[in-house]
Design a protein around this ligand. Structure first.
Ligand code: NAP
Length: 247
């Protein structure tokens, strides 16, 4: 059976991806950081439909936690085939001149260092070089990587820009090892992340400027992630799917 680890799957896009992955036949490792109860609900929903899932606590911005997470997933599920780097944060909308170096560091640790650490540990399970049989990595970036998120959160945009570069580089490094690395770049998705930016109704404010004139659903992003995670996308590596209503 294929096994997928999804970081930040206690809610939002990660939770929707976990549910869809289970429907597509994956055993699902549901990572969370703080929201244990919500992660357990995701696991329960999967089990009720006959799927296989387990919740794993780890702060993926911390190296020690990531090493422990992968060991726990090894013990529970055996060989990993797929990694979705979805965990991410943003902070209050600020001009760059007001961003502290501590905040910049927090954002980069949560959004970028985490992706590097999880990719490195996944390679050691998935690559034939280490006894694996190949697989896929999907990174959840953001269209902020190309818009830069001016007047809102340039730190967040820059952290996602780094994820895009990592995706391109790693896709080429791993192409010979039967590992494909791709990314999804969402925007304006109805989740609780916008409240962290200090504006829970952000999508309402800007929806007229979105060509499709609405926000997106986590399930719509999950479809793109699962396409990249499975054999359906077998001839694609190093690509980006923008799920952003036309922006
Ligand atoms: P969300 O609803 O706020 O959920 C974020 C998830 O990430 C939660 O499950 C949270 O876990 C987890 N997380 C955060 N920091 C973590 C850490 N250090 N270690 C482990 N888990 C951590 O966000 P979302 O909107 O679904 O966003 C998911 C991804 O999509 C993010 O990478 C985000 O940047 C990207 N994205 C979202 C949008 C959008 O419009 N929503 C647009 C572009 C990109 P706990 O709750 O357990 O702490």
């Amino acid at each position: 059976m294929k096994t997928i680890l999804i970081t930040g799957a206690s809610r939002g896009i990660g939770a929707a991806t976990a549910r869809l992955a289970a429907e597509r036949g994956f055993s699902v490792a549901v990572n969370y950081n703080k929201r244990k109860e919500e992660a357990e609900k995701v696991v329960e929903a999967i089990k009720q439909k006959g799927g296989h899932a387990k919740a794993f606590q780890a702060d993926v911005s911390k190296e020690g936690d990531v090493l422990r997470l992968f060991e726990e997933v090894d013990t529970e599920f055996g060989s990993l085939t797929t990694l979705v780097n979805n965990a991410g944060i943003l902070e209050k909308q600020y001009l760059l001149e007001n961003i502290t170096s501590q905040r910049w560091q927090r954002i980069f640790e949560a959004n970028t260092l985490s992706v590097f650490l999880c990719c490195r540990e996944a390679i050691k399970r998935i690559s034939p070089k280490y006894g694996g049989s190949g697989g896929t990595i999907v990174n959840v970036s953001s269209i902020a990587s190309r818009t830069g998120a001016p007047f809102e959160y340039i730190d967040y945009a820059a952290s996602k820009g780094a994820v895009d570069s990592l995706t391109i580089g790693l896709s080429r490094e791993l192409a010979d090892e039967n590992i494909r690395v791709n990314a999804v770049r969402p925007a304006f998705i109805h989740t609780d992340i916008h409240a962290s930016g200090g504006e829970p109704n952000r999508i309402e404010r800007i929806k007229e400027a979105i060509p499709l004139k609405r926000g997106g659903l986590s399930s719509e992003v999950a479809e793109a992630i699962l396409w990249l995670a499975t054999e359906q996308s077998s001839y694609s590596t190093g690509i980006f799917i923008d799920v952003s209503g036309g922006r």
